[in-house]
Each structure stands twice: as structure tokens, then as C-alpha cells.
Design a protein around this ligand. Structure first.
Ligand SMILES: Cc1ncc(COP(=O)(O)O)c(C=O)c1O
Length: 382
């Protein structure tokens, strides 16, 4: 580790000569068993006599086999009895969110969301022609009193939230706050859309809101973070079989949200063979190693990290403006994102903080170099 950490003292001049270090995107590292497991899976599929037929069609919500694999995958977070006939396999989280925004919020309707949220939320909302209103955050995620005030004043149709290792602040909402959010949502008749891409890497986190209030919650879990971005697969669990069928039949002839048959078949094979579990465990282990690097290199700074998370949240020293930091680092080929990139109401004043993704570089050394550059700028400003 010491040898690794010595790179933290690299000068900006030497950094500039390195390739871009992308700590801005939060896609998972690729463990060494990934490629052989993909090769094995493709070989198994290649031996199937019906392999040609597999690609003849694509199925709204995935095939019965895809949906039963989904149930197996989701069982680390949701009770099995919740998953019967309530699961759709979609072409990624964004596709699932668009379905939900259209169905639950509707054109012109209002969606409440964490004031800092998934960076593409505003774009998705614009596509669905809905409005978004920010809910204040505290150290534990959504501040329930702010949610209550938003419900009382603005009557949103739904809440979009990311309670398990929040993007971008890395907070994990404790159980009592989850319950408070559910109580408020019930009181005001607000549907909850819970996006949990990191749940599969954090089985020990408090139970999803969907498990506490299955009748009002729509749960989305993509495999982008727990396995690989390239699958383009997310699982959507609805409150009931009837409601999930209503959503699916409204868009039954629009195939933009259908999963790719080949991708779904590989994922199913991985889940059923146990490869998926091994890969997510390896990703968690790698995430822990990278977090240790971050806490060592950024020691003494106000950094929020969660064991096994793919990103951290750094509150900056007062004298270091987040925009300047991001710019300076970019000049040296190190990329991170400032709080503003996650703001659902960009005109509001944002906290002086940045999100640091630890997972995207394939090489640990790049993570160390990037963190070293951040540490250097922070130290210079103190
Ligand atoms: C909050 C959140 N949801 C979902 C996703 C993944 O979306 P998709 O499944 O469309 O890749 C991300 C990843 O970038 C994310 O940060």
C-alpha cells in the first residue's frame, strides 16, 4: 500500500502527462473473473439449439425466464413473496424511470426529488414533460420535514429517491427516516419511486422502502453498478401485479424499454450459474480497497464514504471553490463532478462539495493518482 500511496505526491506537471483519469462516472471496476465468466456464459449460450430463435424477438418486460432470474437477483434486498408477477425487466433504469414518470406523474405533473439527485434526472423529467421540485437533504438523506412541507405546499404526484448510498452524497437513509418518508407519502397520497442501483452491493443496508411500503412504492434496481453498465438491464418491481401490467400494457407496442434478448439471456445465465453473485462480491471487495485508498489519501478532509460504495462525497475547505477545483483538475486530466451537476433546481445555491467516483478507472494506480491530485489542491487551499 505504501508504494501505491507514494503516487499521491505526484506534481501537476507529471499528472498532465498521464492519460485522463475519470473519477466523474460511477461505473463499477471490472474484476479479473469478469472476462472468463462472460466467455463461459457466451459459450454455454452458443451451445443452445434455440440460440437463433432467442434473437428473433424481444419481449416487453422480459421473458418468464428473465423475470425469474430477476427474482433470484433481487432476493438479497426484497422478500421473495413481493416479487411474484410484479417484476418487469427493462432496458436500464432510465427507461424504467421514463415509464414511471409518464404513468405516475403525467405531463405537467410535479415530481419531488432529493435536491441533489441522479445527474440525469432533470433531462429525464424534461423528456417526460414533468416538473421537479427539490427536497432538502440532511446527513441521512431526505429531511422528512422538508418532504412534508413540499407535499403540503406543492402536492407532488410522486417522490423519486435514492435512499441506499445516495447519489451523490453517499448517505444511507436509516430505517426510522425511511418510515417517516413512508408515513408522509401515505398521508398525502404520494407514490414513491425508489431507485436502488447500489442495493445489491449493500445487502446490509436498511430494508428498501419498497419492503416497508410495497403498496405505494415502485422499486427500480439496475445492474449497471453491481455488474456492468453494458448490460442495459434494470428490474422494476411494482406495488401489485395489476399495476405492473397496466404500466406495461400502456407501452406494450413501444419497444424502446424492452430489454435486449441477448443481454437478458447472458444476465440470466450469470444469475442462475452464480457468476453474478461472484462478480458483485468481487466488485464490493475492490470498492473496499479503493475506499481505503481514498480515506488514506484524503485524510483530514470532510469525506463521506460507505464501505463498498463506488463513490465518495467531499465537502471542500471554504477557500477552495468547487468550480475552480473541478477546472484545475480537468486541466491536469483528472475529472470529478461538482455538486451543481446533481442539482434538480440549478438556480438554487449549492453546497461547496464534489463527488468523487472511485470505481471507473480500470487501474487502481489511476485512482491513486487522481486522489493525489485532489488532495494536493485541497491542502494548498488550507
Ligand atoms: C441513481 C442512479 N440510478 C440509476 C443509475 C443507472 O442507470 P442505468 O440502469 O440506466 O444505467 C445510476 C448510474 O449511473 C444512478 O446513479
Amino acid at each position: 500500500m505504501d508504494a501505491v500511496l507514494s503516487h499521491a505526491n505526484a506534481t501537476p506537471e507529471s499528472l498532465a502527462s498521464w492519460q485522463a483519469i475519470d473519477l466523474s462516472r460511477s461505473i463499477p471496476p471490472q474484476p479479473s473473473l469478469f472476462t472468463p465468466m462472460l466467455q463461459e456464459s457466451l459459450e454455454r449460450l452458443a451451445c443452445r439449439r434455440d440460440i437463433g430463435l432467442l434473437l428473433r424477438n424481444s419481449t416487453a418486460g422480459g421473458t418468464a425466464g428473465d423475470r425469474s432470474a430477476a427474482r433470484l437477483w433481487l432476493r438479497s434486498r426484497l422478500p421473495l413473496d413481493m416479487l411474484d408477477e410484479r417484476v418487469l425487466v427493462c432496458n436500464g433504469t432510465q427507461a424504467a424511470l421514463l415509464l414511471l414518470f409518464e404513468a405516475l406523474v403525467g405531463q405537467g405533473g410535479l415530481l419531488a426529488a432529493e435536491a441533489l439527485s441522479y445527474g440525469v434526472l432533470s433531462q429525464l423529467a424534461a423528456r417526460a414533460h414533468i416538473r421537479v421540485c427539490g427536497v432538502e437533504l440532511d446527513d441521512h438523506g431526505i429531511d422528512p420535514s422538508s418532504f412534508e412541507a413540499v407535499c403540503r405546499r406543492h402536492r407532488p404526484k410522486a417522490l423519486y429517491c435514492n435512499p441506499t448510498v445516495h447519489n451523490p452524497t453517499a448517505s444511507i437513509m436509516p430505517e426510522d427516516h425511511r418510515q417517516a418518508i413512508v408515513d408522509i407519502a401515505r398521508h398525502y397520497g404520494v407514490a414513491i419511486i425508489e431507485d436502488e442501483p447500489l442495493g445489491c452491493l449493500h445487502p446490509e443496508a436498511p430494508a428498501p422502502i419498497a419492503a416497508m411500503a410495497p403498496d405505494i412504492t415502485w422499486y427500480v434496481a439496475g445492474v449497471t453498478k453491481g455488474l456492468a453498465h453494458g448490460f442495459r438491464i434494470a428490474y422494476l418491481v411494482g406495488p401489485s401485479e395489476r399495476e405492473i401490467q397496466e404500466i406495461a400494457s400502456a407501452v406494450g407496442r413501444l419497444s424502446y424499454w424492452f430489454p435486449s434478448a441477448l443481454s437478458a439471456a447472458v444476465l440470466r445465465d450469470w444469475i442462475e450459474s452464480g457468476s453474478a453473485d461472484q462478480i458483485r462480491t468481487a466488485i464490493s471487495e475492490e470498492a473496499k480497497i479503493r475506499q481505503k485508498m481514498a480515506s488514506d489519501i484524503l485524510v483530514g478532509l470532510d469525506l463521506t464514504l460507505r464501505e463498498g460504495a463506488l463513490h465518495g462525497w467531499l465537502m471542500l475547505p471554504q477557500k477552495l471553490d468547487r468550480r475552480e477545483l473541478v477546472q484545475k483538475l480537468a486541466q491536469n486530466n483528472v475529472f470529478i463532478r461538482q455538486s451543481d451537476a446533481f442539482a434538480v433546481e440549478p438556480h438554487r445555491r449549492q453546497v461547496n462539495a464534489v463527488r468523487i467516483s472511485l470505481s471507473s478507472p480500470l487501474d487502481r494506480q489511476d485512482v491513486v493518482r487522481g486522489l493525489g491530485a485532489i488532495a494536493k489542491e485541497c491542502q494548498a487551499s488550507m
